[in-house]
Design a protein around this ligand. Structure first.
Ligand SMILES: [Cu+2]
Length: 657
């Protein structure tokens, strides 16, 4: 038995030695070591899957090549991913409180951004749809990010120095919107209404007659001040539009610079009435074969505003519809059928529209549009007097792609990529001249199935004048069978696709279990130059020195009548002061500065049983204004695990009866 045991042992050792030497030979031959080979076999991976895994793997300590900024839908946030790893790097609180970041949880700075210091009701959520990175000469410049709130008709400005929301503007005349897009030099952020509302906003009984007469759409050109990093409402303007449901928009660029385009659906002006046996909106709004592409000369609109040809409505300059038509600012062109996506090609020469109920991508030529306007090639006017350009006079091509085309992105090789909602696929197709010679123009190249029901798609810098052409992400609405069930609310499914070669290749799946993200944009990582720490004493709202920043040795408590100011510092691992005694009814104002200079030495500041939690990144100064109402002794403590003695980083707030 003993001998047999030894023999078996020897055999095992010999086999191991053989395996190692084989592995060595295999490695020298350029193939995989045996243990890697057996891993691949055990998982049943195909060569394509192995390639995809290696392509998307970013080893510990290495960085991704791109950043993707995605809306988080009803989460009211922005999600930031690394690409190709698809790792989630940041969540940015925008329209909803985000307690980890101390966003909307007691800090005066963030509650000011949210409008909670001045406005009622306190909207606690938002429906983010379209993020838009700031641009210089039609390329992303990595400075700011804008995003809309469809439900609150708001636009937010995020500063990419600290990836934090700095401003939210409320549209005073619109009740709904669908996106934010920026002009090639970020002169304007364009917000177009989604559902029409009474204009000016007020109560009007909802009848068909009233709808046609009093309801309107609006295009809002929010002027962005790059110096201040803020939208300047006083220099912004709106254009009154017919009460169709204006949808996605894009700015012209290069040859079409100075123009903007958006489509619309429900040119039928259906208003529902299901309980009264009228057709639901989905039927009423899909009756006609054509809706209207809106073609807008925003440079001329700017001139009109400069000449004072506007009305001020609720503090906004509004170019009335009649004036816009007279001045040649607004034209319509027919577009099939219940369109949704609209995207301008990299050179600004073509405008691609996806009609949800039409199998084609319809491509409009900017040059043809200009000719048609010059020649007055109108097929008539709509009920509001807006001239309608002849369809055949402005269309360059219709490319049959499949069912439910929505959105289009571009690469650096003259190709377009369109999402097909009903087909659950991405269609790759060729643009016409000058991107491709005539014999290769306007052709479907490949359809790649995705899982499932794709809405938007986004390609690397794929909506700029210089698309990157490496990756594309499909933002799929349904995931169905792609993940282990975690209850009836299924995650969305982001799919990373390699578009660098002739053939599109699916690389990876990423579940998104937070909201319903709509659109994302992907930027080269090196374009974003964010701060590692704040200069000590920086107010995150102004990004300048905070007048109440506290230096070591200057910590103090100052009573002024019923207001108590606490000038506090946070440093590993204590607050100074750590005992604060006030009286019931006092207003306590904490000015807290994290005086750390070390990257990632973050402290929190939470007060037990109060709606207060700050995130104090190194150098940041924040303010908490608290009404001392409930007598007691409340610990305040650090919510970021900052050091070995993190639990000791605390103090007491005494509220005397
Ligand atoms: Cu701490």
């Amino acid at each position: 038995m003993k001998q047999r045991g030894i023999l078996m042992g020897l055999a095992v050792v010999a086999a191991a030695v053989l395996a190692v030497s084989l592995a060595g030979q295999a490695q020298r031959a350029g193939t995989l070591p045996a243990d890697v080979q057996s891993l691949i076999e055990a998982k049943g991976l195909t060569p394509d899957q192995v390639r995809a895994a290696i392509q998307t793997y970013v080893p510990p300590g290495k960085y991704d090549e791109y950043l993707m900024f995605s809306s988080a839908g009803q989460g009211g946030q922005v999600l930031v991913f690394g690409i190709p790893s698809m790792r989630l790097l940041r969540v940015i609180g925008v329209f909803a409180p985000e307690p980890w970041q101390g966003y909307g949880v007691g800090s005066e700075e963030t509650e000011t951004v949210l409008g909670w210091r001045s406005k009622d009701p306190r909207l606690a959520w938002g429906d983010t749809h379209h993020p838009a990175l700031s641009e210089t000469n039609g390329e992303y410049d990595g400075k700011w990010l804008f995003i809309n709130d469809k439900a609150g008709s708001r636009i937010a400005v995020i500063d990419l120095r600290d990836f934090a929301t700095k401003q939210i503007v409320q549209n005073p005349n619109a009740v709904s919107n669908h996106g934010a897009v920026v002009s090639p030099n970020t002169e304007y952020v364009l917000e177009v209404t989604q559902y029409a509302g009474p204009f000016p906003f007020r109560y009007v009984p909802l009848t068909q007659e009233n709808y046609n007469r009093h309801f309107r759409g609006l295009a809002t050109f929010w002027k962005f001040d790059r110096g201040k990093g803020r939208i300047d409402v006083s220099k912004s303007f709106q254009i009154e539009l017919p009460p169709y449901w204006q949808d996605l928009a894009d700015f012209g660029k290069l040859e079409s610079h100075g123009w903007a385009f958006w489509n619309s659906f429900n040119s039928e002006r259906a208003i529902g009435g299901t309980l009264e046996k009228k057709p639901p909106v989905e039927i009423g709004a899909s009756a006609r074969d054509m809706d209207y592409l809106h073609i807008v000369n925003w440079k001329r609109a700017e001139e009109l505003v400069a000449q004072g040809k506007y009305q001020v409505v609720n503090g906004m300059k509004v170019i009335r519809l009649k004036d816009a038509v007279e001045a040649g600012i607004l034209y319509l062109a027919p577009e099939p059928k219940s369109p949704h996506g609209l995207d301008v090609a990299p050179r600004g020469d073509y405008i691609v529209v996806g009609g949800k109920l039409d199998p084609n991508a319809t491509v409009y030529s900017f040059r043809k549009i200009q000719e048609a306007i010059r020649n007055k090639a109108f097929s008539g006017r709509d009920d509001y007097g807006v001239p309608i350009l002849k369809f055949d006079a402005v269309v360059a091509a219709q490319v049959k792609l499949g069912l439910g085309p929505l959105h289009t992105m571009f690469d650096d090789k003259g190709n377009a990529y369109t999402s097909l909602f009903l087909d659950s696929a991405v269609a790759k197709w060729t643009l016409g001249p000058p991107y491709n010679p005539p014999d290769r123009a306007w052709k479907l190249v490949q359809k790649l199935p995705v899982q499932y029901n794709i809405g938007h798609l986004t390609a690397v810098e794929g909506d700029t004048v210089k698309p990157g052409g490496k990756y594309l992400v499909a933002l799929n609405k349904w995931s169905v069978d792609q993940y282990r069930n975690v209850g009836p609310l299924l995650p969305q499914n982001f799919q990373l696709i390699d578009i660098s070669g002739e053939e599109m290749k699916l690389l990876s799946n990423t579940p998104i279990g937070i909201g319903e993200p709509h659109l994302a944009q992907i930027i080269r990582m090196d374009r974003v130059k964010s701060w590692e720490t704040y200069p000590v004493g920086t107010n995150p709202l102004t990004m300048r020195p905070d007048p109440n920043a506290t230096k070591p040795g200057q910590q103090r408590i100052v009573r002024q009548g019923r207001t108590v100011h606490v000038y506090m510092t946070a440093m590993r691992s204590h607050y100074v002061p750590d005992r604060v005694r006030v009286k019931r009814g006092d207003t306590v104002v904490f000015h807290i500065t994290n005086i750390e200079r070390t990257k990632d030495a973050i402290h929190g500041f939470a007060i037990d049983r109060h709606n207060v939690n700050l995130s104090l990144e190194p150098g940041k100064t924040e303010t908490v204004v608290l009404r001392a109402e409930r007598p007691g002794v409340y610990p305040f403590y650090c919510t970021e695990f900052c050091s070995a003695l993190h639990l000791e980083m605390m103090g007491y707030l005494e509220i005397e009866p």
